[in-house]
Design a protein around this ligand. Sequence first.
Ligand code: COA
Length: 217
Amino acid sequence: MCFFKNKKSYCQKDGIVLDYSLFCKMNSDKILIHPSAVIDDGAVLGNGTKIWHFCHLVSTCVIGENCVLGQNVFVGNRVSIGNGVKIQNNVSLYEGIIIEENVFVGPSVVFTNVTNPRSFIERKNEFKKTSIKKGATIGANATIICGIEIGSFAMIGAGAVVTKNIKPFALIVGNPAKQIGWVSEAGIRLLFDEDTIAVCTETGTQYKLNNDIVVKL
Ligand SMILES: CC(C)(COP(=O)(O)OP(=O)(O)OC[C@H]1O[C@@H](n2cnc3c(N)ncnc32)[C@H](O)[C@@H]1OP(=O)(O)O)[C@@H](O)C(=O)NCCC(=O)NCCS
């Protein structure tokens, strides 16, 4: 893990201080930061994370290990990103957003953090929390209205406008987004039999549907 101060990176593991320009290449913790990225003092990055062209990470954000942030990703105040997260190009993560481990955020996904913004009314104290639980996928160009939770391993289709909480393993499409099915942890459609059991055709893992809730067996 490393953090940034005065344009220098500090390696917490062994206390080594590297020159910022050197740090733009792979360092001993295998963190890669493209020279065009702006990392504000205090930002925390986990080992093995890659930050690509034109990203901006503000000082109070925390990014886990082995994440990939594609081109032009903004990570705002107090945003927390878990291990193994992939964020594709052109995504802004605003204050209030919590992304758990192994989430996939497709290109140009839009997050929001105020429900009823007005340019002439200050609503910074009304930022809403939006949680994306572990293993979930958000398809390209989807819009996530703030204040909701996207359940673990849910799959949000490209272009969806998500306005409500989404259940774990739910498959969601459209505007406003509606559920059209269920998927496995591997992202494969689950077809439940009369005993409400489904098998992931990719991994063989079984799932049970009970009271509109899917659990992995
Ligand atoms: C949502 C998704 C996972 C569904 O895939 P699938 O299970 O193979 O679904 P199908 O193609 O069989 O489509 C099922 C139905 O949903 C509709 N549908 C599929 N994706 C949709 C979407 N994004 N928005 C609206 N409707 C969609 C299909 O038209 C079809 O409707 P029909 O039954 O009336 O014909 C996929 O279409 C998708 O959007 N993936 C995201 C891709 C992406 O953004 N990748 C980013 C990295 S490049």
